[in-house]
Design a protein around this ligand. Sequence first.
Ligand code: AMP
Ligand code: MG
Length: 335
Amino acid sequence: MAAIPDFCGVKDIIGTDLGRATELLRTGEVVAIPTETVYGLAANAFDEAAVLKIFQAKQRPAFDPLIVHVHSLEQVEAVVSFSDLERMGMRKEAEALMEKFWPGPLTLVLPKADRVPDLVTSGLDTVAVRMPAHPMALELLRALDFPLAAPSANPFGYVSPTTSQHVADQLGDKIPYILDGGPCTVGVESTIIGWERDAEQWVLYRPGGTPISDIEAVIGTVGQARKTIIPASPGTLESHYAPRKPVFIGDVRSLLKEHFGKRIAVISFTQNHEAWRTVVLSRNGNIAEAARHLFAALRSLDSSEADVILADIFPQEGLGAAINDRLRRASAKRN
Ligand code: AMP
Ligand code: MG
């Protein structure tokens, strides 16, 4: 593998200069970009050498495919094989989902067009695609004549970034530029669904920013992806999105008793707890607000003096399913 270029010492790594971002992307560099879900680390999806830089900067294993970001329904045709979709009889439903949820936090896993390099899809014959609902991301995409492959802009396995500073904290010395679009308004990654040929149904690979009930209102029941040894969708790895400190989820009152004597930090939905520190994600019980603040809370407690992080189980409705999924995986033991 080629060495990662050293961008240390370059000032103003964070900025709002769309021209600079476009120039870097056109010359095969990576740029961190804002989206409504989390910050992404983007490169030209059609340029394998550029995409390789994403994997290097993130230390991401090559078996973990990327999401391709597009600005229009026309651009999807460069990425997805519509003839295959047609053959599978899925074109109508896929288009209905795009019409209804894009731009927005829904990623569709669909048959890939030949032009998409294997590195983007980890050799799969499907590609994950979405249209982000962030004005700056869309403006950037429109200025380019290629789509952007972009996973979350964090080291592999760690908590995703929801501000430009989060990106700078961890990847600042590995990438040339971070486009600042303010704090992410959704705050958890996109929901990922795909059509499974064997099961002949749509399945959920990852709960996220689009509630599953909204999706089912358009295409009917969405099944659960089967668990395999090599995950069909690596974002579903048990331990992922994980801070370095131990995280426990459950009934915080009983967890507090179990961990008595330790320096305890708590992530709570609405209420304060008698702990060393409590971060309340939404005082008035707004689940979308809680999702927006989740990753910043995990990051700040991870870099605090706490011994352990305890977290509530959130109501499963709306974005609650995504919050619980991320907390559960933040608490899973790493091998
Ligand atoms: P990230 O952008 O870091 O949130 O990760 C993207 C995630 O999308 C991956 O970890 C996978 O779980 C999922 N994904 C991407 N491409 C595919 C695909 N072709 N099939 C199934 N899942 C995919
Ligand atoms: Mg990620």
